[in-house]
Design a protein around this ligand. Structure first.
Ligand code: NAP
Length: 249
């Protein structure tokens, strides 16, 4: 099984949470991994050291992927350092939750730029290199909220729904070059992003999940690693929900 062996992967927002688990899983599968981070330099360096110690090839790289020039710099660094880019995981994301009447314009802009424009930025830069090699795997991390919506998250839901449109459109654009583009839609996953949810709300939300538990970062990483593998070559333009059955349809 080829999996992700000897592939080069860029994971955005890999310093913490889901991105960190994806980077670890890809490295375990034999991929060289570029760990993108923005603010959490120490966490990224620690992850890089952990992967290196296990014999993996890794490059931590600071870039604000909401900025096109920095996203281009990230992809260029991957190609310069490892000679190619085969896998791009657009994972970086933030929330700025508020009811729309109280939400500031800046909260809309930051969330759309960090969650959606970043994926466009990185994909634009990476597809050029992937097209030349006639091989590529792009996996976008969307959300159950991008499918179903959520009160107080108009900015976040719009960014995640936008990612689904981007996934399907890009999948059609690059399919002839053997590049696949898919999305993974996590449900409720225990990370820093969801750390502010109160214990009462945790229990309340759990009742809505058929598998009766919150997801782990590894649950998401396994799905992403599969979609990023050689074996997933006939899957493109899909949105894979990894949510314990929260959304079925
Ligand atoms: P998290 O623990 O808050 O981590 C967010 C990551 O994004 C961090 O590594 C952060 O890096 C990075 N990041 C933020 N802004 C960035 C920027 N401008 N440029 C580069 N990196 C940036 O969040 P998470 O829960 O792991 O979420 C990861 C992804 O899964 C997000 O897209 C999120 O929307 C999605 N998701 C999460 C859940 C959930 O329940 N947790 C559910 C559905 C979808 P620094 O710290 O270095 O800035």
């Amino acid at each position: 099984m080829a999996g992700v062996q000897d592939r080069t992967a860029v994971v955005t927002g890999a310093s913490r949470g889901i991105g960190r688990a994806i980077a670890l899983q890809l490295a375990k599968g034999g991929a060289s991994v570029v760990i993108n981070y923005h603010a959490s330099a120490q966490a990224a360096e620690e992850l890089a050291a952990q992967i290196s110690a296990a014999g993996g090839k890794v490059l931590p790289f600071k870039a604000d992927v909401s900025q096109l020039a920095e996203a281009e710099g990230l992809i260029k660094a991957a190609v310069d350092h490892f000679g190619k880019i085969d896998i791009l995981v657009n994972n970086a994301g933030v929330t700025r939750d508020m009811l729309i009447m109280m939400m500031k314009e800046e909260d809309w802009d930051v969330v759309i730029n960090t969650n959606l424009k970043s994926a466009w930025n990185c994909s634009k830069a990476a597809t050029r290199a992937m097209m030349r090699k006639r091989y590529g795997r792009i996996v976008n991390i969307t959300s159950v909220v991008g499918i179903a919506g959520q009160a107080g998250q108009s900015n976040y839901a719009a960014s995640k729904a936008g990612l689904i449109g981007l996934t399907k459109s890009l999948a059609r654009e690059v399919a002839s070059r053997s590049i696949t583009v898919n999305a993974v839609a996590p449900g409720f996953i225990t990370t820093d992003m969801t750390a502010t949810v109160s214990p009462d709300m945790l229990e309340e939300l759990k009742k809505r999940i058929p598998l009766e538990r919150w997801g782990t970062v590894e649950d998401i990483a396994h799905a992403v690693t599969f979609l990023a593998s050689e074996e997933a070559s006939y899957i493109t333009g899909q949105v894979l929900s990894v949510d314990g059955g929260l959304i079925m349809g």
